[in-house]
Design a protein around this ligand. Structure first.
Ligand code: ATP
Ligand code: MG
Length: 415
C-alpha cells in the first residue's frame, strides 16, 4: 500500500498568480522542515500539496515511522491548515475505493464511530459525481464494517476520498499552524531579548509569512555568556516555526557606559532604546529587511508608555511592528507556553536593560529633552555604533542547533 501526506492550506488569499507563489514558498519551507529525512518529492495537487515518502523507504513499518515523524515536523510549518496522512490507491473503480476505505477504517480505528464520506472530485473525467462516490463508498463501508453507522450532520469521523492525479483516502487530519508560509511576506529584524515578549512577537510576525533575522544587544561583562546563550536558545526554538534565523549579537557595553556617564539617569533607558533602534536598522539594511519588530507592550514598564515609545520611535526611519502591543501579559504568556519559549524566557539571567536602569526612570519623556540630552553622546557615538555593527557576532539558529557563522558569508547560509 502506497502512503503519503496530503497538505491542506488556507485558500481564501490564494487567487491567481498568488497561489503559485504561495505554493512554491510553502514547498520550499516544507523541504527545509523535512531536511535530513531523505529525498521526498512534494508536488502540487490542485489546491493541495502531496508529499511522497523517500524512495529508499520500502518497508511498511519504516514508512509509518517516517510519516509520523514528518507529520510532527509539519505541525510547525506556517501556511499549513491541516496535515493528512493518506493511503494512495492505484485503481479508482468505485468498488475498490469502498473496499480500501473499509480496510482503512478497520486498520486506523479501534472503536466503532459514526461517520460520513466526503468526496473531492478534481478529476473531472471520473464517471460518477462526488455525491454518488460518497454515497457508494459509504454503503460499502457500512456493509464491510457493520459496527459503524452514518451521521451526516455530526459525524465523529469524516472519511475523505479525493480523486486527483492520484486517488487518496484518509479519515484523520492533524491541525497545522495556519498563517502564511515564511518567505511570502518579506523580512524583518526582530529585537530579540531574553524576555517573554520578543520571541512571541517574532513568532507572530513569522506566522504572517515574514522571514526573521534577530538582533541581540549584549553588554559583556555586565551580562553573562549564559544570557547570550539563552537568547540563542530562544532563537533556536522560534526557528522551528520561522526557519533558520540569523542572530546578530551586538557588543553594546561601550555605548551603554557612554550613556550612563553622559546622560541624565532618568532618561537613560529611552536613550539606550533609541541607540538599539539605530543599530537594529543598520543590521536590517545589511540583511535586506525593511522593518523592525519589538516585543513592546503598552504600559508594561516605564519605557513602554506611549510617551516613551513616541521618543524611541522618533529615531527610526523604518516601520516598527509591535505585535503584542495591546495584549495582557497573561495572553503573551499563553502564546509563549504554546510555542515553547516560556521556560527558557523565565531563566533568571540578567538582560542588559536591567543593569543600567535608573531608580526613577521617566514615564513621560519629551522628545526635545531626550534629543537634547542625547547630544552629549555625539560625535563619539557615531563611530561607536559603526564599530558595534562591524564587530557583531553572527549565529544562525536552526531548529536542531545554533551555529556560529561568518558575517561576510551569511547570506547564503541563512537561506
Ligand atoms: P521582553 O520580554 O521581550 O524582553 P520586556 O518586557 O523585558 O520585553 P523591555 O526590556 O523594555 O521589555 O524591552 C522591550 C523590547 O525591546 C523587547 O521586547 C525587545 O524587542 C527589545 N529589547 C530589549 N532589550 C533588548 C536586548 N538586550 N536585545 C535586543 N532587543 C532588546
Ligand atoms: Mg526584556
Amino acid at each position: 500500500m502506497k502512503k503519503g501526506i496530503l497538505i491542506k492550506y488556507g485558500e481564501i488569499v490564494l487567487k491567481g498568480n498568488n497561489r503559485a507563489q504561495f505554493e512554491n514558498v510553502l514547498i520550499k519551507d516544507i523541504h527545509i522542515a523535512l531536511k535530513g529525512m531523505g529525498e521526498s518529492a512534494i508536488r502540487k495537487e490542485q489546491g493541495r500539496l502531496y508529499i511522497s515518502l523517500p524512495e529508499e523507504i520500502t518497508d511498511e513499518k519504516a514508512g509509518e515511522e517516517w510519516i509520523r515523524e514528518a507529520c510532527e515536523k509539519l505541525t510547525y510549518v506556517f501556511g499549513i491548515l491541516r496535515i493528512c496522512p493518506v493511503d494512495v490507491l492505484d485503481d479508482d473503480r468505485i468498488e475498490f475505493l469502498g473496499e480500501k476505505m473499509a480496510e482503512y477504517v478497520l486498520r486506523e480505528f479501534d472503536e466503532p464511530h459514526t461517520f460520513k464520506v466526503i468526496c473531492k472530485r478534481a478529476n473531472k473525467h471520473y464517471p460518477m459525481n462526488s455525491m454518488e462516490v460518497a454515497a457508494e463508498v459509504g454503503a460499502i463501508v457500512l456493509d464491510k464494517v457493520p459496527s459503524w453507522s452514518v451521521n451526516v450532520h455530526e459525524p465523529e469521523v469524516t472519511l475523505f476520498v479525493e480523486l486527483r492525479n492520484q486517488v487518496y483516502i484518509y479519515g484523520k487530519e492533524i491541525p497545522g499552524q495556519g498563517g502564511l508560509p515564511v518567505g511570502t511576506g518579506g523580512k524583518c529584524a526582530l529585537l530579540l531579548s531574553g524576555g517573554i515578549d520578543s520571541p512571541v512577537a517574532g513568532w507572530m510576525m513569522a506566522r504572517r509569512g515574514i522571514r526573521l533575522c534577530a538582533v541581540y544587544f549584549h553588554a559583556h561583562p555586565y551580562t553573562s555568556e549564559r544570557a547570550k546563550e539563552k537568547v540563542l536558545e530562544l532563537a533556536r526554538i522560534v526557528s522551528r516555526y520561522a526557519g533558520p534565523i540569523p542572530v546578530y549579537v551586538i557588543p553594546f557595553t561601550e555605548i551603554q557606559l557612554a550613556i550612563y556617564e553622559k546622560c541624565h539617569h532618568e532618561k537613560l533607558t529611552i536613550i539606550m532604546r533609541r541607540m538599539m533602534m539605530l543599530i537594529a536598522e543598520k543590521i536590517a539594511e545589511k540583511e535586506g529587511a525593511d522593518s523592525l519588530i519589538t516585543g513592546e507592550n503598552v504600559g508594561q514598564v516605564a519605557s513602554q508608555t506611549l510617551a516613551s515609545m513616541y521618543c524611541t520611535n522618533a529615531v527610526c526611519h523604518m516601520p516598527v511592528y509591535r505585535p503584542v502591543i495591546a495584549f495582557d501579559k497573561q495572553e503573551i504568556v499563553e502564546i509563549a507556553r504554546k510555542i515553547d519559549t516560556f521556560e527558557t524566557s523565565i531563566l533568571p539571567y540578567e538582560d542588559c536593560c536591567t543593569i543600567f536602569v535608573a531608580k526613577h526612570p521617566t514615564t513621560q519623556p519629551k522628545l526635545p529633552d531626550i534629543e537634547e540630552d542625547e547630544k552629549h553622546l555625539y560625535p563619539e557615538v557615531t563611530t561607536q555604533i559603526e564599530t558595534a555593527v562591524r564587530d557583531a557576532e553572527l549565529y544562525i539558529a536552526h531548529p536542531d542547533r545554533v551555529r556560529k557563522a561568518n558575517v561576510s558569508v551569511q547570506e547564503n547560509e541563512s537561506e
